[in-house]
Design a protein around this ligand. Sequence first.
Ligand SMILES: Cc1cc2nc3c(=O)[nH]c(=O)nc-3n(C[C@H](O)[C@H](O)[C@H](O)COP(=O)(O)OP(=O)(O)OC[C@H]3O[C@@H](n4cnc5c(N)ncnc54)[C@H](O)[C@@H]3O)c2cc1C
Length: 440
Amino acid sequence: MTEHAHLATSADTPRGAAGSVTRDEDADVIVVGAGPSGATTAYYLAQAGLDVLMLEKARFPRDKVCGDGLTPRAVKTLVDMGVDVSPEAGWLRNKGLRVIGAGLRLELPWPELNAYPGYGLVRPRSSLDETLARRAQAAGAKLLEGVTVTGPLLDDQGTIKGVKTRTATDDPERTFRAPVVVAADGNSSRLSVAMGLAKRDDRPMGVAVRTYYTSPRHDDDYLESWLDLWDGERLLPGYGWIFGMGDGTSNVGLGLLNTSKAFGNTDYRELLRRWLSSMPEEWGYTEENRTEPVRGAALPMAFNRTPHYYRGLLLAGDAAGMVNPFNGEGIAYAMESGEILARTIAQAHARPTRAERERVLRGYPVALQQRYGGYYTLGRLFVQLIGQPKFMRYATKHGMSRPALMKFALKLLANLTDPSGGDAQDRVINGLARLAPTPR
Ligand SMILES: Cc1cc2nc3c(=O)[nH]c(=O)nc-3n(C[C@H](O)[C@H](O)[C@H](O)COP(=O)(O)OP(=O)(O)OC[C@H]3O[C@@H](n4cnc5c(N)ncnc54)[C@H](O)[C@@H]3O)c2cc1C
């Protein structure tokens, strides 16, 4: 069958029954990338009975440059997916965030909430991401590893109807077809770019570097964040982190925001070296104890790429620019967007006509706006403010000496509130997020 004939068939065929792949389609949904957003999308789609094909260019276990820190928000998403996060299963829990700045040190326990557990976790990405991908497979999703998506298959109207792929070996190019395709291919999202969806330059972006050191602090039961990153006299907008991994090493790194002048002209590795050289020697953050190269990557924040639905393509996680601008957390948002996206597609799939399916899919960006738009608007304001060295200095100095204020800041920055029935702080944060405009 020619591609054109195929497209005509798949577009006009009424769909309805779950798992109703037509003769010439490979799946109901193709998910490109099997990181946290792709695996979560595939998991919920498979649970809803759809035929899901995940295409992943790497082979598990694979690394991803990350701090490996999971807040209670991320823990909830893991629990929702049926992941056993108990210490017996090898997960290291943490009680909260230790903040160091302006010569002070504050331990802020995670808030007590109904909506989220009272603990966070750490997990190397090589293990976390494989766990999630295997959960998706166990739910019924098909996963092809070592398969790189090279571009979209388009119909006459420019709507995506599948993808082209290659493997590391000399296999010929292949094509896979599905009426809906999900871009879960991370920050650079080549698939989105090929569909004409570039990053937005009016949204914040972070850059971070990290590595690992053997350290006696490896079993720290707090995530630790350092606000004092100096470039000469200038206090930089960002933070350094030390997360004990529980396996003899600490994940150590730092990140900056693009709202400061320092963003483009900072030598991140040198900044890391300078910052660590100020630490007590017995902590072990020295060259001899470094176990991995220093590697860096970008953090696309606050809906850094839009629209989230475009010509048959839906964007999740970093591809959709979902990182929280307040704290650089991305895993929870990748997984949450994957779940919202999967539920939207499952509903669309059950609609009998193409027009109805299209209407449902158009609801996805709206759902993201409703859930995160106001909060991300506040986040954008925040990153603008801390991009000014004077404000950053003022906020650190005055915040650190007021523990009650920092407790509030933790809730705001980690997006940890009860949506209803919470305390006064929850109501203030939720109210602000509701009132903040949600520009497209
Ligand atoms: C230095 C650093 C530290 C961070 N620390 C934290 C932290 O501590 N906690 C936290 O919550 N977040 C952190 N983040 C953010 C977090 O890493 C991301 O938000 C998260 O990985 C997004 O998940 P994702 O599934 O959308 O994308 P990714 O995790 O990037 O997964 C994308 C997947 O797609 C695959 N892929 C890409 N292109 C193709 C293709 N063409 N064909 C097939 N497959 C493809 C990739 O191999 C990858 O497996 C950090 C980020 C950085 C850079």
